[in-house]
Ligand binder design. Structure first.
Ligand SMILES: [Zn+2]
Length: 526
């Protein structure tokens, strides 16, 4: 059912040394909702995630733990990162590790081409280096240390002292690409989004770009520079290439042409790497730049940013163990405008879980299904003549489908879910107004009752399809309960952009009892 439209989306690759927190989970969930949406809409979809495993810090912690860096990374991938994907029910198509042989080999091929074409030269560099960032810092990015670091310069992100390093390194002539980058931002205003992030990047590049040191010789845990094996490739240069090596760069030109360019979802802290360094690298290699780089906001917990450097981390399982993965995915993607900062609190999660998932959606499904059971012995009746009330529902379902799809195209996941939720609200209002329990008492209203029950159940059919990219666990249960599995086949096979077409669920479908999709949760005991 491929539409031929290619959609390739990536998360940043996880830095293996990190502990998974809800910030990582947020990026994963958002990317997963968008890729599931496109996949079910019939687009030729590919979603990639993975791990970043090279660099000095990983070497140091591996040594400290008495294992090789590869063994260390293997352990963290198996014990932390792959389980995170399971916790969130992520349906990624691929998981790349920067220690994968095909990745390392193609990083070398890419680098060799840039070297042969004169984009790389040997030079001497002295600068302040933050090991936490794995990056040389500009003086504007440093602060005077306080407390135990008084008298030293510290990284503005890590609040830890930077080291003055002098290295004979290989440099990428990034400065040569400033004008082309500015022209790119100008020609394609949606290349970097949202606008606030774009403006920051444009200002940064307008100040001029330095050449980029792309090798290190003080340690050896990384991809070897092919023409000088005393150097390893700078971790960011290596890591960014994952997006291309994962889809066949050099190895499989057909696959690469099919997938590339990608939409990159990143956190604001790594936007510069993705929207300046990465497109410059691609330009130097004569490759197409990404389709888009989208920076989402910070999650704030008690007013503090969740990030890899300030570990106020909440483990995603703390949330999913109580509320489930559906609630996690729904809450973060509905409550926070994608692209803006958002605050997390247990109270807000708990309140929205009950108001929106348990009472709004879950209860709607339970009531409708129970009434078909009670009044029609669990057989979906045919609808009689439609009134304005039914026509309004049909229109809302059609409009919500179109609006949500357009929102996903703009990566406005929160707007897409909001659009679908207009159906939940409309159906709840419809049932209250039509009061089927009153109609059921009057044999003369039998046709009317059947019309109302059909309309409500067919509305649930559309909801199950439209919410399946978000509520991955509960929607198949609902799908089965309304008899759609038997009548229409697998939920994931239902073309998503067609979800608003009315009348797909046939009368006569078997409607079976449904346990609460979102049981009430007492926060005090959780
Ligand atoms: Zn730093």
């Amino acid at each position: 059912m491929s539409s031929g439209r290619s959609f390739y989306i990536t998360t940043p690759i996880f830095y293996v040394n990190d502990a998974p927190h809800i910030g990582h989970a947020y990026t994963e969930a958002a990317t997963d909702v968008m890729s599931r949406w496109h996949r079910q809409a019939g687009d030729d979809t590919w979603s990639l995630t993975g791990t970043d495993e090279h660099g000095e810090k990983i070497l140091r912690t591996a040594v400290a733990n008495g294992v090789t860096p590869k063994q260390w990374a293997d352990r963290l991938v198996a014990e932390a990162w792959k389980p995170l994907l399971e916790t969130l029910d992520i349906a990624n198509d691929d998981f790349i590790r920067t220690t994968d042989e095909h990745h390392e080999r193609n990083v070398q091929a890419f680098l060799q081409k840039l070297y042969d074409d004169g984009h790389i030269y040997a030079g001497e560099y002295e600068g302040y280096y933050c090991v936490g960032c794995e990056e040389y810092k500009q003086s504007s990015e440093l602060l005077d240390g306080t407390g135990e670091y008084a008298g030293q310069l510290v990284c503005a992100i890590h609040s830890k002292p930077v080291e003055l390093l002098r290295e004979r390194n290989y440099f990428f002539r990034m400065s040569a690409f400033a004008d082309r980058l500015l022209a790119l931002y100008d020609d394609r205003p949606d290349f970097v989004q949202p606008d606030s992030a774009r403006n920051e990047i444009v200002q940064f590049v307008k100040q001029g770009l330095n050449d980029l040191s792309i090798s290190r010789s003080s340690f050896d845990w990384g991809v070897k520079v092919p023409w000088d094996e005393t150097h390893v490739v700078y971790v960011w240069f290596d890591a960014l290439l994952n997006y291309a090596t994962a889809v066949g760069l050099s190895d499989d030109p057909e696959e690469f042409a099919r997938r590339w360019p990608a939409t990159h979802v990143v956190g604001k802290d790594i936007l510069r790497f993705h929207s300046v360094i990465w497109p410059a690298m691609l330009m130097a290699a004569g490759l197409e730049v990404p389709k888009q780089v989208f920076a989402h906001g910070w999650l704030l917990v008690g007013g503090e940013k969740m990030s890899k450097s300030k570990l106020t981390g909440i483990a995603p399982r703390e949330i999913t163990d109580t509320f489930g993965s559906d609630a996690f995915r729904y809450y973060f993607l509905r409550a926070i405008a994608f692209g803006q900062d958002g605050s997390f609190s247990w109270e807000d999660l708990h309140a929205r879980y009950h108001a929106e998932l348990a009472n709004g959606f879950g209860n709607l499904a339970s009531r409708v299904i129970a009434m078909v059971g009670r009044y029609e012995d669990g057989v979906l009746p045919a609808a009689g003549e439609s009134t304005e009330a039914e026509e309004a529902i049909q229109r809302i379902v059609a409009d919500a489908t179109t609006t949500a799809d357009a929102a996903i195209d703009r990566l406005a996941v929160h707007e897409a879910i909001g659009a679908v939720w207009t159906i939940v609200d409309a159906l709840n209002g419809y049932i209250t107004e039509q009061a089927p329990w009153v109609l059921a008492k009057d044999e003369a209203q039998r046709d009317r009752l059947r019309t109302v029950l059909y309309t409500a159940t067919e509305g649930l059919r559309a909801l199950a399809v439209l919410l399946s990219p978000v509520l991955t666990k509960s929607t198949p249960i609902l799908w089965n309960a309304i008899g759609a599995q038997e009548a229409l086949g697998d939920l994931r096979e239902q073309p998503l952009r067609d979800a608003g077409r009315w009348g797909q669920l046939p009368s006569g479908a078997t409607v079976s009892p449904l346990e609460p999709l979102f049981p009430r949760i007492d926060l005090a005991t959780s």
